[in-house]
Ligand binder design. Structure first.
Ligand SMILES: [Zn+2]
Length: 92
């Protein structure tokens, strides 16, 4: 059964080893990644069983994680703010 990660910034899901029913075991880096609009699936490379479903972060989650000192969230937030600033400038 797939493990669902509701907060992208939850530590460890990326490096945690997960055992598949087929006997394969590894971390998300070794799984088959499939991007969807709202989530990213990670599947077993041996049998294609979905092992991890990771929700994409909301802006609130990015802001919260950035405030908590998460470096990746801070980078994402900087990109979002840059895009918003460009958008505002384009309105003038
Ligand atoms: Zn498997």
């Amino acid at each position: 059964m797939a493990e669902i990660i509701r907060n992208y910034f939850t530590p460890r899901w990326r490096i945690d080893r997960i055992a598949c029913a087929c006997g394969w075991e590894g971390s998300s880096a070794n799984m088959q990644m499939e991007l969807h609009e709202e989530v990213t699936d990670y599947a077993c490379p041996a049998c294609e069983n979905t092992l991890l479903i990771v929700s994409h972060p909301s802006l609130e989650q990015v802001q919260q994680a950035a405030a908590d000192g998460n470096a990746e969230a801070q980078q994402q937030l900087a990109l979002v703010e840059e895009a918003l600033a460009l958008h505002r400038n384009a309105d003038h």
